[in-house]
Design a binder for this molecule. Sequence first.
Ligand code: SF4
Length: 320
Amino acid sequence: MKVIKITPRGFCFGVVSALKIAVDAAYNPSIPRPIYILGNIVHNHFISEALKKIGLITIDDKSKTRLELLDLVDSGTVIFTAHGVSTAVINKAQQKGLYIINATCKFVNKTNDYIIDKIKQGFDVIYIGKKRHPEPEGAVGIDPEKVHLIENIEDIKKLNLTNSKIAITNQTTMSFWDVEKLAKEIQNIYPTSEFLNEICNATQVRQVGVLNKAKNADVTIVVGDPLSNNTNKLAFISEKMANTKSYLIENVEDINPDWLIGNNTVAVTSGASTPTAITNEVIDFLESFDEKDESTHHMISKLNYLNILQIIPNQNSNNN
Ligand code: SF4
């Protein structure tokens, strides 16, 4: 089957950096034990399982905030994830006497610094992001009275802000086009508001890659974790903007041959938190897929945790 390998895809700068920080901690005997990761270091459960094999304990519970999760840690080291945390989380970890390692992506820090600066100047900040995602939790946690999380137009209508100074910014991994659209809606209601689009470059170039390439395929396979926001956006862009049916899979074993039979060309991409080895296995499978040969219709993954933790990005699959 013809395979369009959309580039760039897979690990971004922030994910590689966070993984290196976590793996280095695991192999450094001077770091206090046990070592906990507050939430998934990046949104990919294969990575969390691989980190467990080298002694790092991921604490995650979708019903709990990062601040609440910290109640489960009483000693040792805590690693903050690439998505960032609020000042309240940092303060609480310090009060508990924990050794802190901060793996927040520098682009998330940049957005949070912008929010802090605007609040100091007397602004209210409207933050476009996904509810119950750790990155907005960290941003809103800077000042819950002054930072207002919105996800859609209905949320904007409920705001009723009276401050004449309003700034708009966003979660780094949203759809570029959705953020632009929502920011325009906000500026219609608050015409003097300032807008700083903080979609990170890694997210943006992956989205543009899908928009330009998926339209040449009959179907798109997006490799990544269903919890990963940037991965979901890639599937959305293929389907809603490039008009190519997309399927989000976690690894090669999730592929249903019925999606491919009767089609000639498949496009493949992967989220910024998807290990390169998992995507390469998917590509190998698709390239050998022959609808007339049933022996090519299923594949059992041969990867182990060492393949998953391969954190040196493939030059063909990563431009950022
Ligand atoms: S997607 Fe962007 S903001 Fe998020 S970790 Fe990667 S580089 Fe950083």
